[in-house]
Ligand binder design. Structure first.
Ligand code: 5GP
Length: 220
């Protein structure tokens, strides 16, 4: 049995990563890694489903015990991927998805170079602010912090293999599905047909062009 692939999805809070993943996961088998975090739950978030909500002390104990595949500090809180489940699931042939920020993504690529990194962006900064405000779960100060953090995350876009713009949700889900299918094909170890190789090249070129466009629009 071949190992499952490790997919890393990043993008600013409010970019719609979670929604894309939810839609994609409806008809594709995928194991979503549930992260540990020290931030408190938002209304509607369930412990063990959206995150494992733990104390700073517990988090630091897990780091020391080598239990985190990666971790990072983001907006004053720790976030980290528990190592055991990821290793267990990929070994069982399941594709594993991590929804993590850029520092963690870079660390995953360092320890697992075969991981596939995909970045989701909103079409504009205005749309991002509107989405964060509409969510209604954060105050103005937190929203401003997250907007600044978004710029910092977009600065890391060159570390990613693929880029998806989340303007229209069904289009973004279809683009994401294409990325996963293509990455899986490339990782299969089987010889690719000319058509498959051309598609892989086309997708990489599309992502490179999107990176340049995004850097121009978001990073003045
Ligand atoms: P939020 O507080 O909006 O749920 O998440 C804030 C950021 O932390 C998001 O960019 C999310 O992708 C990232 N994040 C969630 N879990 C992890 C994790 O396990 N590791 C890392 N490095 N980032 C994470």
């Amino acid at each position: 049995m071949s190992k499952g692939i490790l997919l890393v999805l990043s993008g600013p809070s409010g970019s719609g990563k979670g929604t894309i993943l939810g839609e994609y996961g409806k008809d594709h088998p995928l194991y979503f890694s549930v992260s540990n975090t020290t931030r408190g739950p938002r209304p509607g978030e369930i412990d063990g489903v959206h995150y494992h909500f733990i104390s700073r002390e517990e988090f630091e104990k897990k780091i020391a015990a080598g239990g985190m595949l990666e971790y990072a500090q983001y907006c004053d809180n720790y976030y980290g991927t528990p190592r055991d489940k990821v290793e267990e699931q990929t070994a069982a042939g399941m594709n594993v998805m991590l929804d993590i920020e850029t520092q963690g993504a870079k660390n995953v690529k360092k320890s697992c170079p075969e991981a596939v990194l995909c970045f989701v962006v909103p079409p504009t900064m205005e749309v991002l602010r509107r989405r964060l405000t509409k969510r209604g779960t954060e105050d103005e100060e937190t929203i401003n912090k997250r907007m600044n953090q978004a710029i910092e995350e977009i600065r890391q876009i060159d570390h990613y293999d693929y880029v998806v713009i989340n303007d229209d949700l069904p289009d973004a889900v279809a683009d994401f599905a294409d990325v996963v299918a293509t990455a899986q094909m490339a990782a299969s170890g089987e010889e690719l047909s000319e058509e498959q190789q051309a598609h892989l090249r086309e997708l990489k070129e599309k992502s490179s062009a999107l990176k340049e466009k995004i850097k121009k629009e978001f990073l003045l």
